[in-house]
Design a protein around this ligand. Structure first.
Ligand code: KQY
Length: 381
């Protein structure tokens, strides 16, 4: 392995024979961050902290959980998190481990590597959600250094929530987000695909046009659709033709059912009912600290609520509970799609109020033994 400086690898993952496994494959554990900022999390983030602690506790039933907490909040977080969850002092600007954490790669049995993507807070100074974001930018290398894993520094702006893979060579992405000029203004679709081939070890792309309506990430795929198994995808869905989500989901359905994956399979596409529509209340918005550093949130704003924003754990699936009218149906659909897993629901409205879901606040660490099971996707098709 050739390291340039402090653990940074000189090549690219695909050239070195490494790839991103699917989230539904085996894990070594899970990373999260602690919500702290009072301008994005109401009531000085207390309700969000309780919600994050419940997510950590649910995941910890299936696999080890590590939570990065700023030095100032370490003691309080330790009090709220279950004993078995590791608390790690780690500076960050907000708490979206999916987006600021490393994307882990497998390639050699017993070893993991990570990708450190460029991050611009979902759109940079003009379109992004807060500034500064320099501490977020350092989360991935800090985590990898702490775990003594080598890393690749990718030359593009993208977030973990914008990427889903099936671990067999297919990437699922949304154009609205990944090709948005607010991330990489000069990068064409062809150049983006070339880059993702090199970094994720994928060989095939399925592009949706749009993500969830009013999603402040510009349509992260992890809120819209995801692989639940090779050849199987679930998609957020509404039958309400008057809802702005209707056409988005309809178009995605058409693209997904027409697509083939890297192995030439047609996809089985399952519809997950959309909660709501849900809106931020005036009293929830009033609990936010005013700030010039963060995009303001207002009462009455439509929330980008979706049950697709769940987390696969070893033998489990931790799903957001968002709406008593649809929670049971969503749980049943997910259980039917993943019969071997225990589906656990965790109340997630407080996470949604900050702009995301359970998938957005977690980052799986794959089991390093995965590389033993099959060859790299580029050799597999
Ligand atoms: O979708 C995600 N992966 C993250 C959502 C981040 C929202 C920031 N407020």
């Amino acid at each position: 392995m050739s390291l340039s400086d402090a653990g940074v690898l000189a090549g690219t993952p695909a050239r070195d024979g490494w790839w991103m496994p699917a989230e539904f494959e085996a894990h070594e554990g899970c990373w999260m961050l602690w919500p702290e900022r009072a301008d994005n999390w109401r009531e000085r983030a207390r309700p969000a902290q309780a919600a994050f602690a419940a997510v950590a506790a649910a995941i910890a039933r299936f696999e080890p959980v590590h939570v990065g907490v700023s030095a100032a909040h370490t003691e309080a977080a330790r009090e709220l998190l279950p004993r078995g969850v590791e608390v790690v002092t780690l500076a960050h600007d907000d708490c979206w481990m999916r987006d600021v954490g490393p994307t882990y790669l497998v390639g050699k049995p017993g070893e993991l590597r990570g990708i450190h993507w460029r991050f611009n807070a979902w759109g940079g100074l003009e379109h992004g959600l807060y500034h500064p974001w320099d501490q977020d930018e350092r989360v991935a290398p800090e985590v990898l250094a702490r775990e003594r894993r080598a890393r690749y520094r990718a030359p593009i702006v993208i977030e973990g929530g914008a990427i889903h893979v099936d671990g067999e060579g297919t990437a699922l992405l949304a154009e609205e987000c990944v090709l948005n000029p607010n991330r990489n203004p000069a990068v064409t679709r062809e150049a983006m695909e070339a880059m993702l081939r090199e970094y994720l070890g994928v060989t095939h792309f399925i592009w949706l046009r749009l993500g969830v309506y009013n999603d402040e990430t510009d349509g992260h795929i992890d809120n819209m659709a995801c692989f639940v198994a090779p050849g199987k995808v679930c998609l957020t869905w509404t039958d309400d033709r008057a809802d702005p989500q209707y056409e988005r989901s309809q178009e995605a359905w058409e693209r997904l059912t027409a697509a083939r994956d890297a192995r030439g399979r047609r996809l089985e596409v399952a519809r997950l009912p959309m909660p709501g529509p849900l809106y931020m209340t005036e009293s929830e918005a009033a609990g936010l600290a005013p700030s010039a550093a963060c995009k303001p949130r207002r009462g009455g704003e439509r929330l980008a609520a979706s049950y697709v924003n769940f987390y696969f754990a070893n033998g489990g699936l931790v799903m957001p509970l968002l709406d008593a009218r649809t929670d049971a149906q969503a749980r049943e659909t997910l259980q039917g799609l993943c019969p071997g897993r225990e589906v656990l629901g965790v109340p997630a409205r407080e996470i949604l109020l900050g702009g995301g879901g359970i998938h957005c606040i977690t980052q799986q660490v794959p089991d390093p033994r995965l590389a033993r099971l099959r060859p790299a996707p580029s050799n597999a098709a």
